[in-house]
Design a binder for this molecule. Structure first.
Ligand code: SF4
Ligand code: SF4
Length: 180
């Protein structure tokens, strides 16, 4: 069942890009595709199996809730890029509320020091924001994905708060919302 929703998320974001009709990577020389040994991309539940035909190197890591990460060397076939790269620099933050779980699209706090769009979120395309939100909503429909999303959302809140407390973030708020 999880594979179905993962595929929906991947398809939703196959063509969507942060800035409409423009390749944002041309402005920043693809800073989010560093490709170094420390630039492993964390995979979502079930992604490892779907990407096994690609040309990536996979890593076992304790840091990703038991799911693998990949090393891409900074190059990939865009058609096979993982979900984490498709939603970057945004994140569908999940929050438990009284009547369920709410998805709110935020600027991923891990992206703030990498991505120049953090200084001008107003140019991020609305259709990209909507696609990230819908992807988050699909994730809630599968138990493994939902648990992963909730755990990662909590980690990102703590990350953003610590970053803010230590004065590393240039933002006034510990985490900032693009669309709720
Ligand atoms: S770092 Fe930001 S602006 Fe640069 S390619 Fe990645 S998403 Fe686009
Ligand atoms: S997998 Fe592709 S999109 Fe993702 S960081 Fe590597 S080169 Fe960039």
């Amino acid at each position: 069942m999880g594979e179905y929703y993962l595929r929906k998320c991947l398809d939703l974001l196959e063509k969507a890009t942060p800035i409409k009709h423009r390749d944002c990577g041309k402005q920043c020389l693809k800073r989010c595709c560093g490709g170094g040994l420390n630039d492993a991309v964390f995979l979502f539940p079930g992604e490892r199996e779907q990407l096994s035909e690609g040309s990536f190197e996979f890593l076992k890591t304790e840091a990703n809730y038991g799911f693998d990460a990949l090393l891409c060397g900074g190059k990939c076939n865009r058609k096979h890029r993982p979900l984490g790269c498709r939603i970057f620099p945004l994140f569908p933050l999940a929050t438990e509320v009284n009547d369920g779980i709410k998805i709110c699209v935020v600027f991923d706090p891990r992206a703030i020091r990498i991505c120049p769009l953090s200084k001008n979120t107003g140019i991020i395309s609305h259709s990209f924001i909507r696609s990230v939100k819908r992807a988050g909503e699909y994730m809630l429909l599968d138990e493994e994905m939902r648990n992963y999303l909730l755990a990662l959302s909590e980690e990102l809140r703590e990350y953003a708060f610590l970053d803010y407390k230590l004065g590393c973030s240039n933002k006034k708020m510990p985490i900032f919302t693009v669309c709720s």
